[in-house]
Design a binder for this molecule. Sequence first.
Ligand code: URA
Length: 418
Amino acid sequence: MNILDIISKKRDKKELTKEEIEYFVKEYTKGTITDYQASALIMAIYINGMNERETTDLSIAMAYSGDVLDLSKLGENIVDKHSTGGVGDKVSIILLPIIASLGIPVAKMSGRGLGFTGGTVDKLESIPGYRTNIPINDFIENVKKIGISMIGQTLNLAPADKKIYSLRDTIACVDSIPLIASSIMSKKIAGGANKIVLDVTVGKGAFMKTQEEAQKLAELMTKIGNLAGIEVVCIFTPMNEPLGMAVGNSLEVKEAINFLKGFMPKDLKDVVFELGANIIKLADKGQDLEKNKDMIIENIINGKAYDKLLQMVQNQGGDISYINDTSKFENAQFIIPVKSKTNGIIKDLDAEEVGKLACILGAGRIRKEDEIDKNAGIILNKKTGDYVKENEVLAYLHTNKEDIIEYAKSKVLEIWKI
Ligand code: URA
């Protein structure tokens, strides 16, 4: 088999066989297929698509490119959750400790930032000492010992997805249904949970801009999961403006910590509670979604969810003094308030534009080897529907790049439509 034949086949809109897909995944993971050849194939898939059979084969091949965990010894219901991506989406860091505090084991493998969206791994790594790259046995032991572990893909779990994911990020090939479905499902199959809640985001700040596209993606991921013996529930959540008030890694971690201390922005709370209620149902801990939401609020009020976050951070080497006192997190060198030039109501705040601006400030990657700036990002002071007076702050820009400040300020005045 030859990679050139595979690239030209997909370039010419033909269907790839299972063997060809497996060959590509195996050889690219090993490094015998180069990044430029993989880029060509991924671009051909992006443009010409893949049918359901090809997408399933790609998901399975990527899942089996490394270890596939069997977590069945840990309990009957091991739950995992994944989002199809968004801006300001810190839901996992809030929700999964809540779920674990309710006695439902959580084994979560997350990704890094992709395109204009953020990634949970980058966010967790802004907690000093927190290790997202731990041996598989420790990952399993953590779930056994404290009921939760949140890690990155740095273990030998779906290594093919790890490579393809970061490549897609830098060749503008992110928003493709077969590529997103196979990326997410390969990680979920390798991660070993038998019940998965997928947060399928829809809107300006999501990869799926319309409900129809989101529906297609959800159906495809459900079918792939079911074929692998996983029960999948998809919840559609709106992603038109950023979720919560913070965008950027350490800024979002602080917002997540504060949420568990009781400071809950309404839009973020709605998503956390909706997904959480469904996870509890899927884990057979409560069939009534409203009662499940009561269980969630109870564990926030009594501090059990917060304690679980502390336990998880400590268990993975993180410094919990930062959780107890979020003012310890380092700030970016420049924190710039951007003020409104007029009175009025914010009528639109495009999450994708905000996500791209956060990347310009340093929170995202342009090349796959780029380091992100953990402290860069944006604190939103006004969101859609809010009234703003002339000279009131619309947003605070956090950055270490002095040379882009004037440009970034002008972008805020463009993006916050009054
Ligand atoms: N999340 C993933 O893990 N992969 C994608 O392609 C998009 C969102």
